[in-house]
Write a protein that binds this ligand. Sequence first.
Ligand code: NAG
Ligand code: NAG
Ligand code: NAG
Ligand code: NAG
Ligand code: NAG
Ligand code: NAG
Ligand code: NAG
Ligand code: NAG
Ligand code: NAG
Ligand code: NAG
Length: 663
Amino acid sequence: MLKHLAIVVGICQNVVLGIPFPCHFNEKCRCNSIPIHAKFVTEMMLEVDCSNTRLQDIPDLPSNVYTLSLKKNNIKVINDYQFSLLRNLSELDISYNKIKRLNRFSFNEVALSNLKLLESLEIDIPQITRLKVVFSKSFDSLVHLETLKVGICFLLEIKNDTFYHLVHLKKIYFDILCEISILPGAHYSLQKLNRIEMHYFYMYDVLSIDDAIKELSLTPVQTIIFRNTFLHGTKENFNVWNILASALNHSSVRHLQITENNPVGLFPVSRIDPVPPSILTLNLSSNKLDQFALELTNVQKLILRDNHLGDLLCLKIDNRHRGRNPKLEYVDISENNIYTLKPSIFQGQAELRYINLSHNHLQEVLFDLSRSNNLSLVDLSNNSISAFDQNSMRMFDNISLTSNLTIYLLNNSLQCTCKTLIFWKWVVVTRVKVFFDRRCASEDGVVIRFVSTKKRIQELEKECISYVSFIVIASIVLVATLICIAVAVVHKYRWKLRYMFYLAKSKHHRHKASIDSKHYVYDAFISYCEHDNSFVINDCIKNLEMERNFKLCLHQRDFIPGEEITTNITNAIHESRKTICIITKQFFDSYYCMFEFNMARMESIYSRDKRNIIFLIFLEQIIPQDMPLMLLELVQKDSYIEFPYDEQGNVVFWEKIDETLRQ
Ligand SMILES: *[C@@H]1O[C@H](CO)[C@@H](O)[C@H](O)[C@H]1NC(C)=O
Ligand SMILES: *[C@@H]1O[C@H](CO)[C@@H](O)[C@H](O)[C@H]1NC(C)=O
Ligand SMILES: *[C@@H]1O[C@H](CO)[C@@H](O)[C@H](O)[C@H]1NC(C)=O
Ligand SMILES: *[C@@H]1O[C@H](CO)[C@@H](O)[C@H](O)[C@H]1NC(C)=O
Ligand SMILES: *[C@@H]1O[C@H](CO)[C@@H](O)[C@H](O)[C@H]1NC(C)=O
Ligand SMILES: *[C@@H]1O[C@H](CO)[C@@H](O)[C@H](O)[C@H]1NC(C)=O
Ligand SMILES: *[C@@H]1O[C@H](CO)[C@@H](O)[C@H](O)[C@H]1NC(C)=O
Ligand SMILES: *[C@@H]1O[C@H](CO)[C@@H](O)[C@H](O)[C@H]1NC(C)=O
Ligand SMILES: *[C@@H]1O[C@H](CO)[C@@H](O)[C@H](O)[C@H]1NC(C)=O
Ligand SMILES: *[C@@H]1O[C@H](CO)[C@@H](O)[C@H](O)[C@H]1NC(C)=O
């Protein structure tokens, strides 16, 4: 009792919800009640689905059957008057059965001719009917039959009379188990053809496919679909595309779909004819294409999904003429193994609205869309994008000023690092509608899931501030340390550096004199300051040059005018055997005297194998505290003499200098 009730309730629910329930005339079939509005009344009609139920005979059907599917059963015979009661049948599918024989009255003559409302018919066309007329005169009465789907057929020949009695036929589908040929004159029976889908042509490379397509081009057909059609190897010089292109050159075809084919023989290696001008949609999905160089003529919608164009599309070759077409609105190159796209791929495509690049391996957006102001959808899902760069964000923002742009970024490897923070900030403020998964990879690769993007950004900002300040402080410390070291080094070697510099600058630059037997221009360079002029002029010249025949270098006398003083000094030191410094307190205060002293020091270290070339003459008493360290060193080495200011001492003094200069 309860069980029955449950079933009744179940059935009631099913009726209300439009969910199929077992039919009362055959439990295997599923029925669905639908209200159909007739002239004055609304009648409850039945959608009956008996497909795939191993039926051997057609069940007794009630008269209110509206659609009937008997697909995929084991029905062998259709009896006379089988469907004659089904006055309201609009769709009948009896494809994929084992019909061996159509009784004379069952199908052709009576059974179907009563089905005046039938709009769609799915049947098989058995081999036996091949030589007979399939759709005879009685089909004239099916004035609503517009769609014909042929499941199984055996070498169906479409001739001038094949569909002669189906004058309203608009759509024809030949399924995968149906091999056809289209013979000359066929267009006479296809006067209203709008759409045709086919798979196999009977020996298409022997019987002329050219004729077949030309026949179709004489009908008003708008959509032609070849699916899984051109598979076999083809004979030499046979390529399908050029045949199609020229046969459809002046046709009405607007949508051409050539999918799931073998690319060999689809496109010729050289000279590819352009797409016929009437074609607006070109669907070349799933062809394993790795080359594509069609001139697109007027194509607005290009579908190249599921091919192997990845290697081609990254090439930076400029195909200015081929493949370019400013009318393109819709491009689908998803599933193409694309790693990078050449930046110019969409350049100048002002009409673009839809781009599908999903299911590829793109890592960044580099392509230029700046002219595509009408763009409304870019699908980048299922790629490897970590974030957009500044340029792309600016570009998308620009587009969103003129168009409502949506970008899919689902299933990418978005990153939330300090580098990509700017991208996340953009995502929340931009007018572009961006769809993305609420997860991102952090710096160390850990995937973080989040609910609120804004919160994630705040967290990231905090991390980045501490990170940035760390970087800044570390950099400052590093730079400061480097500067200190540099200053210290420069200070330590300041004289060496200056010496090297001036020596290098010197025009008289000579090779390092390592042996003192070398010829010097001067015996001594006298370094002194103005204060001690008279001592040099009166005493030195007299005692050393006149009496002892030494050649002295004096800045007043021997420096080359016009030459820089520092260069003169360096040259003088370099070209003199010794340098004699006349030391008074003023010597230490004079920049150039100290310069000369230090340069001489460098000369002795770097050009004279550290032999001492400096000799000091103290004209006055100087206490050690007042002396620079370097001078003190020389004093300790005994490389000095004090001026005696008395007659006898004078003789010894000049003898000592004489001795020094001769060393
Ligand atoms: C069903 O067919 C009958 C007879 O042809 C007709 O009167 C009726 O209006 C049809 N019902 C619908 C819903 O078409
Ligand atoms: C079909 O073609 C045949 C032979 O080509 C011709 O005899 C016949 O009249 C044509 N039928 C129609 C309906 O055009
Ligand atoms: C299509 O027709 C035009 C002229 O109508 C012609 O110039 C062109 O070569 C034809 N294309 C093909 C592929 O036959
Ligand atoms: C292109 O062809 C494929 C079949 O390979 C089909 O699934 C798809 O819907 C077609 N796309 C368009 C836009 O016609
Ligand atoms: C893009 O193409 C993929 C298949 O390659 C498809 O699943 C997806 O729906 C398409 N995206 C849009 C927005 O149409
Ligand atoms: C964008 O679309 C508008 C409206 O559909 C159209 O008038 C305009 O020509 C298009 N602009 C461009 C640059 O394609
Ligand atoms: C933004 O668009 C304008 C015109 O619509 C264009 O001139 C400009 O170059 C674009 N800017 C960028 C960054 O793409
Ligand atoms: C964008 O969308 C808004 C709201 O949906 C609509 O009012 C507006 O007209 C759209 N703009 C364009 C250019 O399509
Ligand atoms: C994302 O990937 C998952 C599994 O990898 C898949 O189920 C889902 O359809 C993908 N989503 C999109 C938009 O491609
Ligand atoms: C992308 O889609 C493929 C299926 O088409 C799936 O196997 C793969 O996991 C997806 N990748 C990601 C990152 O989700």
